[in-house]
Design a protein around this ligand. Structure first.
Ligand code: NAD
Length: 697
């Protein structure tokens, strides 16, 4: 065996040379891997005893992509392109033997090989689009030549990997193998030699390209089919253009040249910068300085949820979806039946769209047990409370849980505004109490804002962070304050939205500014969706007013559910339609308040909605409610639909420049007659003066 570099070995097995990549944890394409592959191919070529070459990986996966630590650094030789050209032009057949995931550059390595075999559970994909990029090492040129244009478009623009069986069907791999992978790879290479199979260079395969050439409408149709999901992103269009180049270029090399140009365009785009930042932000959010990843957690084998309302039902579904049995406790049988009925309907709707089977529906429903008997919480490892948002009720529930739950159970609350420490004080074990703030619909939204109380133990924290990942959420740890991170910032935006409509904008104009920015909807459509009556009732309870919203509610307009709110809705249609009656109310209230309405530019609307959020984010950081600025961004992308290609509010602010943001806030302060709302937070002020940002980007 010859060690070529720290991560690549070369061994001869009879007449087959085996190049083994061993670069834990995921065999990323680091410089020494590229060099090892290049040297290995060169040596095997020169070795007269070698007639074929197998590339295989040690550890848990085939090459799973680029080395992300090399991102943004000066590229080091050899470049991947050169290595791939060398593999493809080898005069001896090269076989890739694949297990785990062949992703991005990893899949591109296999596409430069002449043959590919994979184990049954291997997966194959080009996920670059998720970082705002395209597969820039020939992936867009080679993949359509093997799997056809349609399939290549869906893999490259969708970015999701496919399984071995699908890969075999599509022609991406030549065989599914089992047993020892190196041996299987060598056996396949022997077959290629014995059968005198040709060197299958993908660059020379033109059948599938010719097929697509005869059907140029493929591209227009594909663009139309992905228009909604790709709105605002830059990479998908460049991916499509690159595949078009594969079809329309006179030569393979010309296509490669076009791919490189399109890749470069993306590499320097603000969208990709934001998406790459966000990739790291999401990973960072898992790290909690005083709760290291090896902190013992409570293993969750059984769960309980208190309350089968909007949130309780959705939370229970999360457990059932990953096979954890969950008991739902309600006050009355009637509420329980209603709540679990909705859960069943949800599952059946998913099944009717073909996303799960009828058997899955029954299996999942079988894991959810409803009861009105509180004793059922006794054997739960975690209990999540999702009852009415009222402190006395929450405290009563937690006192009960304290009396009944196992000594080492985690007691969690889904409160969105109440003080987790006060809730914890209703128990004799405040260290076991923690917030798990799910977002609505709880079975769909990825964000899980975990709220650590003053006394929450490291075990409680580790448990809800690990559980969050297990139920396929993105957990972010925050501290206790009113509204926690997400809703506290949202509140700032909401206040300005109300002011803007009185000063001269209309709900549809405000909403459009945000949907143009990339949000799925604006604050007024969101209010209509959530139901305006909820806030109205809370305001009445607190003796507060919001004149426009109150008047709208007094007319029985509670939003979508009553067919009208800030907007009106046609029956069976969720499209918000501007309503002159609402405009009349707005103008009346403005007149009563002595406000002279004026034209407000879209730019002012955007700044007035989003700058206060950033300012609140600065306060949140100062108060150490969020661990780091990027956690706030993760919360906004996963919880509120902030477009990921804009990174999140704190990253976005950094791109604008904090000095400009601060100065604009001061200008708004002046314009508003000195409203303290616009006073920049001390942290914003300090960073702006120092010429720094929140995220280091
Ligand atoms: P909901 O009114 O839909 O459901 C509450 C359920 O709890 C009802 O079914 C009620 O019968 C039951 N319940 C009340 N008291 C109970 C008790 N003592 N024992 C057992 N069951 C009891 O409310 P929701 O929207 O599901 O909200 C629940 C919690 O989640 C609240 O704390 C809320 O602030 C929070 N939350 C709600 C949302 C949202 O968008 N709805 C989002 C995040 C968090």
């Amino acid at each position: 065996m010859a060690k070529l570099t720290q991560s690549v070995d070369l061994t001869n097995r009879g007449r087959v040379a085996v190049l083994t990549v061993d670069n834990p944890p995921v065999n990323a394409l680091s410089q020494h891997v590229r060099q090892g592959l290049r040297d290995g191919i060169t040596q095997a070529q020169a070795d007269a005893a070698v007639q074929a070459i197998v590339i295989v990986c040690a550890g848990r996966t085939f090459i799973a992509g680029a080395d992300i630590t090399e991102f943004g650094k000066t590229p080091q030789e050899p470049g991947l392109h050169a290595v791939l050209d060398m593999i493809e032009s080898s005069s001896k057949p090269v076989v890739a033997a694949i297990h785990g995931t062949a992703l991005g550059g990893g899949l591109e390595v296999t596409l430069a090989c002449h043959y590919r075999v994979g184990v049954k559970d291997a997966r194959f994909g080009l996920p670059e689009v998720k970082l705002g990029l395209l597969p820039g090492a020939g992936g867009t040129q080679r993949l359509p030549r093997v799997v056809g244009v349609q399939k290549a478009l869906s893999m490259i623009v969708g970015g999701d990997p496919i399984r071995a069986e699908e890969a075999l069907k599509a022609g991406l791999i030549d065989e599914i193998v089992d047993g020892d992978l190196t041996a299987a790879g060598v056996a396949f290479a022997e077959k290629v030699l014995n059968d005198k199979r040709p060197l299958k260079k993908i660059r020379d395969l033109n059948d599938k390209i010719a097929e697509a050439k005869a059907k140029p409408e493929i591209f227009a149709e594909f663009r139309k089919s992905v228009a909604r999901q790709t709105r605002g992103f830059r990479a998908p269009e460049n991916c499509i253009k690159a595949v078009e180049a594969a079809v329309n270029s006179a030569t393979f090399d010309e296509g490669i040249k076009r791919e490189r140009e399109l890749f470069q365009e993306l590499l320097t785009s603000p969208e990709s910068k934001a998406q790459r930042y966000f990739f790291f932000a999401e990973r960072e959010a898992a790290k909690i300085p005083d709760v290291p990843s090896n902190t013992p957690d409570k293993k969750v084998e059984k769960a309980a949820v208190i309350g089968a309302g909007t949130m309780g039902g959705g939370i229970a579904m999360n457990f059932a979806n990953v096979g954890i049995p969950v008991t739902v406790v309600e006050m009355t049988q009637e509420n329980l039946d209603r709540g679990l009925g909705i859960v069943r309907k949800n599952y059946e709707a998913t099944a009717s769209r073909g996303r799960i089977t009828a058997a899955d529906v029954e299996k999942r429903m079988g894991l959810i047990k409803g009861t009105t008997d509180w004793n059922a919480v006794k054997d739960a490892d975690i209990i999540i409370e999702a009852v009415f948002e009222e402190m006395p009720i929450k405290k009563e529930v937690f006192a009960k849980l304290d009396a009944l739950a196992k000594p080492d159970a985690i007691l969690a609350t889904n409160t969105s505004t109440l003080d987790v420490d006060e809730i914890a004080s209703a128990t004799k074990r405040p260290e076991s109490v923690i917030g798990t703030h799910f977002f609505s619909p709880a079975n769909v939204m990825r964000l899980l804002e975990n709220v650590r109380g003053k006394k929450s133990s490291p075990t409680a924290i580790a448990t809800v962070m690990n559980l969050g990942r297990r139920i396929q959420k993105v957990p972010v740890l925050v501290g206790v304050c009113y509204g926690f991170v997400g809703n506290r910032m949202l509140h700032q935006r909401g206040q300005q939205a109300e002011k803007l409509i009185l000063e001269g904008a209309l709900p549809h104009q405000v909403d459009k500014v945000l949907t143009d920015f990339g949000f799925p909807m604006g604050p007024f459509a969101m209010g209509d969706l959530a139901g305006l009556d909820v806030g109205w009732r809370i305001r009445k309870g607190l003796g507060r007013k919001s004149p426009v919203a109150d008047r709208i509610c007094e007319l029985g307009r509670f939003g979508q559910k009553t067919g009208a709110g800030y907007f009106k809705y046609e029956k069976g249609d969720r499209t918000p339609v501007p309503d002159p009656d609402v405009e009349k109310i707005i103008v009346e209230v403005a007149t009563e308040q002595g406000i002279t309405r004026r034209h407000i530019s879209d730019e002012e609307i955007l700044q007035r909605l989003l700058y206060p959020m950033v300012n609140e984010g600065a306060k949140i950081l100062d108060e150490k409610i969020a661990i780091r600025a990027s956690d706030i961004d993760v919360i906004w992308v996963y919880g509120y639909g902030w477009p990921v290609y804009r990174g999140g509010p704190m990253f976005w602010a950094d791109q604008i420049g904090l000095k400009k943001l601060r100065d604009t806030m001061l200008a708004f302060k002046k314009q508003s007659g000195g409203d303290e709302f616009w006073t920049p937070a001390p942290l914003l002020e300090r960073l702006a003066n120092e010429g720094k940002g929140f995220t280091g980007q």
